[in-house]
Write a protein that binds this ligand. Structure first.
Ligand code: TRP
Length: 337
């Protein structure tokens, strides 16, 4: 049944192109379960977007499901959020084509991500990489959301979505709602454990100081014992992002996991060195991630449940998407089937 709701709608896509890290959990995902109280939320696994760079098919399939399982385990309740897989709702590709015809070559050429990715994948600068933003505009506009939460690197794409929507509305009348950009409340900003001036990134390997949500306790403990602290002489646990970025990062993580303030942490570890602090941070992280890892592992084994989630989600999403697509097809002059 469709709820008669006055909630604002929010939509976001997640590319299944890597494993989730402690950084993305503490910095963002942790806060998403609360969003459902305020907003009507749609989240999808952006598999159509993922193939703009070459993917191993078995990996893509596994990652898409793992990512869905992990998001649910992090607290995204499928009863309260619409969770689906992009390729299950064909209206994305269909509207994507139409919007390609309203996105200008020059505009697409100026996208920073296109330039970066072309440089990195010089042997595979395909059309999909170029028209990625039109598909993303379709993802958004199909659902007429009020808000689209994105990271800094995707802001340019959302701006182009506005340009395309305004251009289309300018020709055909008010078809698309222009979504507001939404800057999510900033969670903890978690840095690499071995290079505390760089963000903890999912694409880096284990040696570069990242923790994955699915890492077992012994891996997490090893990573924290090896974490870079600082070569200062006072050797005490004190928050100083500028001069002691390694310790500050560990304190941020500890605080996010335990709820303690920096003052409380400083008091707790007064007189103790980094050697005592680092394993404590590791233990706090292990305990924070344990229920998530266990739940995600359980869900991955329950294929029937995952299937029911993404089928339900696709049905709900498809219903909304189809309404928009019909309107668009009519406006541009397609004969009704
Ligand atoms: N491009 C986004 C990213 O790389 C993922 C994405 C695809 C998305 N479609 C979207 C995000 C629509 C928000 C809205 O992270």
């Amino acid at each position: 049944m469709e709820e008669t709701t006055v909630k604002k709608r929010m939509l976001s896509g997640i590319k299944p192109s890597g494993d989730l890290t402690l950084g993305s959990y503490l910095g963002a995902i942790k806060n998403w379960s609360a969003r459902a109280e305020e907003f009507d939320c749609f989240y999808f696994m952006a598999d159509l977007h993922a193939i703009t760079v070459r993917q191993n098919p078995a990996d893509l399939r596994r990652r898409t499901l793992e990512q869905l399982a992990q998001y649910i385990a992090c607290g995204l309740d499928p009863e309260k959020n619409t969770l689906f897989i992009q390729s299950h709702v064909p209206q994305h590709a269909e509207l994507g084509w139409v919007l390609n015809c309203y996105a200008m070559f020059g505009e697409l050429s100026r996208m920073t991500q296109f330039k970066d990715k072309s440089a990195k994948n010089a042997d595979n600068i395909n059309g999909g990489l170029f028209t990625y933003p039109s598909l993303m505009a379709a993802d958004i506009l199909l659902y007429q959301p009020d808000l689209v939460p994105v990271g800094e690197d995707q802001k340019q794409h959302v701006e182009l979505c506005h340009t395309i929507a305004r251009r289309f509305n300018g020709v055909y009348g008010d078809v698309f709602k222009i979504p507001e950009p939404y800057v999510p409340k900033v969670g903890a900003r978690i840095m690499s454990l071995t290079n505390p001036t760089a963000k903890m990134s999912k694409s880096e390997n284990e040696d570069t100081g990242r923790i994955l949500l699915m890492d077992p306790p012994e891996v997490i403990m090893r990573q924290f014992k090896r974490a870079i602290t600082d070569s200062d002489t006072e050797h005490c646990v004190r928050f100083d992002r500028e001069n002691k970025p390694g310790v500050a990062n560990l304190m941020t993580i500890y605080s996010a996991c335990t709820g303690e303030t920096y003052e409380q942490i400083e008091a707790e570890f007064a007189g103790q060195g980094y050697g005592a602090f680092k394993p404590k941070v590791g233990e706090a992280v292990v305990e924070t991630l344990r229920p998530i890892r266990e739940e995600a592992t359980r869900l991955m084994k329950d294929k029937a449940y995952l299937e029911s989630v993404y089928r339900d989600g696709a049905r709900k999403a498809g219903y909304v998407a189809e309404k928009t697509l019909r309107k668009v097809y009519k406006k541009v002059g397609f004969v009704a089937p």
